[in-house]
Design a protein around this ligand. Structure first.
Ligand code: SF4
Length: 226
């Protein structure tokens, strides 16, 4: 059972409508029991950021500290994410930060397919509300949402158009904390974000790109930076 039926919700237009829709969504996530994680969590973690953010970062799921605080990326990985954002002149309040699943799997185990499926509607709704110009996936579960079957080792750092929206796969910041050799690739990939965003803005102005509303992707095209 989907936690949220996207087909039943109107797409908000004005900023006020988008903010109101996000508040409604946050309340819905907080009350959601569509999978067993809703019973074991301390707090649901819907995500946070401006309702009109140009970039949405999508991680995997809440860990211990996120579960305690109800906010995404507040542990060591979150600190590294903030450093990475600063390295390209952004603050975390400039971007929207979400996860594929909104409640912590016990012991930080990997989320189960049925949990990801149950939670999928919430992320679809966030994408429909925020309509980011650029989606940055962090980690393999987030990548699989948009580019199923794509190995992160090959795809990271390359922007692709998925269902009309630009998606940039990246390693999860936590991966660099466990495996030091990934730190440099993550930093290099982040440095590409401003150029990708510029390209995505141009595409949006010309009507060539549109916000992502759905999950699974058919054929994707790769962004060619000038
Ligand atoms: S993980 Fe998602 S579907 Fe499961 S209870 Fe939490 S919000 Fe609902």
């Amino acid at each position: 059972m989907l936690a949220f039926d996207l087909s039943m919700a109107p797409t908000p237009e004005s900023l006020d409508e988008r903010r109101a829709a996000l508040s409604e969504l946050n309340a819905g996530v907080g009350a959601c029991r569509a999978c067993a994680l809703g019973l074991s969590r301390t707090r649901a973690v819907p995500g946070e950021g401006p309702a009109d953010a140009e970039i949405m970062f999508i991680g995997e799921g809440p860990g211990y500290y996120e579960d305690q605080q109800g906010r995404p990326f507040v542990g060591a990985a979150g600190q590294f994410l903030e450093e990475l954002l600063e390295s390209i002149g952004l603050k975390r309040t400039d971007v929207f930060i979400a996860n594929v699943i909104k409640c912590r799997p016990p012991g930080n185990r990997d989320p189960l397919p049925e949990e990801i499926g149950a939670c999928s509607g919430w992320l679809s709704r966030q994408l429909a509300i925020v309509q980011p110009k650029l989606i940055v996936t962090l980690g393999r579960y987030s990548l699989a949402r948009f580019l199923p079957g794509t190995p992160i080792g090959k795809a990271h750092g390359q922007a692709r158009r998925v269902n009309g929206a630009w998606v940039v796969p990246m390693y999860h910041p936590a991966a660099a904390l466990h495996q030091g050799s990934l730190r440099q690739p993550i930093e290099d990939d982040f440095r590409k974000i401003p150029a990708y965003l510029e390209q995505a803005r141009r595409d949006a102005e010309s009507g060539e790109a549109r916000p992502a509303l759905a999950a699974a992707a058919p054929a994707a095209t790769q962004m060619k930076l000038l």
